[in-house]
Unconditional design. Structure first.
Length: 209
């Protein structure tokens, strides 16, 4: 396969032709924030957190932009920060009030973003709108759903569609009220638990753990 050479944050990297910037960055341990991306799924760019700057000017989504020979990529710049930081802060403000007791703590993508952007959780929590905490929901016989932590990335729904050509998980309602629901014959769910394994923030919780 043809190879290309370009730079990310002044670091030279070699990549397969056709690979996206996000794929190359992650392969080289260069962190770019992301929530809706998963390696085996088609990138959709819905979270917009992987915004980067190329060739000193244009802002693009790393998950959907193919790397090119000689390209100069910046994962951090004033322009990138103006796009990404407000999204992350709003996610944190709307997220569950505490990481304590979360099964995904230490592996959570939001925690990684907070550390990478040096976001003060206490300051951002002041943006949190008053709202009623929702109870843990039983989606099917194998896993539960924590709606207060859901970031609406869509990976669980897309995973079910990709692996089984149909999805028993759906996004319902709109805006901040959007959540995941399970519809259909529960017996048709093969209990692969890939939706649980791929959730970036521990919203889906296996009952076997």
């Amino acid at each position: 396969m043809d190879k290309i050479c370009f730079t990310i944050n002044d670091r030279q990297v070699i990549a397969d032709k056709g690979a996206t910037i996000l794929e190359v960055a992650l392969q080289n341990d260069i962190y770019i924030p992301h929530l809706c991306y998963y390696p085996s799924l088609k990138p959709r760019g819905t979270c917009r957190l992987c915004t980067i700057q190329v060739n000193g000017g244009e802002l693009v989504m790393a998950c959907r932009t193919p790397a090119e020979e000689g390209m100069e990529v910046r994962t951090c710049s004033p322009g990138v920060d103006r796009v990404v930081r407000p999204i992350v802060e709003l996610l944190i403000a709307d997220h569950h009030a505490s990481c304590r007791g979360c099964s995904n703590s230490g592996r959570c993508e939001i925690q990684k973003m907070m550390a990478n952007l040096q976001i003060d959780r206490r300051r951002v929590r002041r943006l949190r709108p008053p709202k009623k905490e929702l109870p843990l929901e039983t989606l099917n016989r194998c896993f539960d759903y924590e709606p207060n932590k859901c970031v609406r990335c869509g990976i669980c729904v897309q995973t079910c569609e990709d692996l089984h050509r149909t999805s028993y998980l759906y996004s319902v309602e709109r805006g901040y009220s959007t959540k995941i629901a399970f519809f259909g014959d529960e017996s048709k769910c093969v209990s692969c638990l890939e939706c649980v394994a791929r959730c970036p923030v521990g919203v889906l919780i296996s009952r076997n753990t």
